[in-house]
Design a protein around this ligand. Structure first.
Ligand SMILES: O=C(O)CCC(=O)C(=O)O
Ligand SMILES: [Fe+2]
Length: 222
């Protein structure tokens, strides 16, 4: 894993449970040998409380913790810069229309929210959200806050050596998902889950956009 990103992740406080405690982020879905870190770090530029789409409900997910945590989380955002370029490019190649629509959405956010302009100065990711999961065996779920057609772009990192496949039951499909593999799927439409792995740590990073943000700007994800 990129050393800069790894070092930046060392200090951040992780969350197990939270808003998704009954879904994909249940505490029981975390598995770790020894004293490995478990939990999730959400880095989201514009976050609406569930069911809300208005600017009054907007939060920045990196500013919910102590001042030190803001500093550490900002280090992670900056260290993920290279990853963001790669993720942007992958999305642009598979679905140029959606990529362009996300760029438009980001531009609208920048015009409305100065904090988004500030965050974009250190990270060019076109998605507004990124979640970093340490040792989570993500259970079967759909990404129910995402627009129907949106592509969730996910990468695994770490040093596990076997297992950890992504299973899509409806398609009877088991996809290799080893460290450095990227999977891009319509996570709102296809239920997906991660299978057990062995041989070390597993860090997964999911990049996503939420329907509520598109609604805020009267836009539709193509
Ligand atoms: O753990 C993973 O790689 C899957 C993550 C995922 O599907 C999600 O966070 O929605
Ligand atoms: Fe998912």
């Amino acid at each position: 894993m990129n050393k800069v990103l790894w070092d930046a992740l060392e200090h951040v406080k992780l969350d197990t449970g939270g808003a998704d405690a009954k879904g994909r982020n249940s505490a029981s879905s975390y598995v770790a040998e020894n004293d490995e870190k478990v939990g999730c770090l959400k880095l989201v530029k514009v976050w609406h409380a569930i069911g809300h789409t208005v600017s009054d409900s907007v939060r920045v997910k990196i500013v919910t913790e102590s001042a030190d945590q803001v500093k550490y989380a900002a280090n992670v955002v900056k260290a993920a810069n290279h990853l963001s370029h790669m993720i942007n490019r992958a999305l642009e190649l598979i679905d140029e229309d959606q990529y362009k629509a996300l760029m438009d959405l980001q531009q609208r956010c920048v015009e409305k929210y100065a904090h988004v302009e500030a965050l974009n100065a250190i990270d060019p990711l076109v998605y507004e959200g990124r979640a970093i999961m340490f040792n989570r065996q993500t259970p079967a779920h759909v990404d129910k806050q995402d627009p129907k057609r949106s592509w969730a772009t996910m990468i695994t990192l770490g040093d596990f050596t076997a297992g950890g496949n992504l299973r899509i039951e409806r398609l009877n499909l088991t996809i290799r998902y080893l460290p450095r593999d990227v999977v891009i799927l319509r996570g709102r439409l296809l239920q997906h889950e991660v299978q057990a792995w062995s041989g070390g740590r597993r860090i997964s990073i999911a990049h996503f956009t939420h329907e509520s943000l598109w609604k805020e700007f009267g836009m539709t994800c193509p």
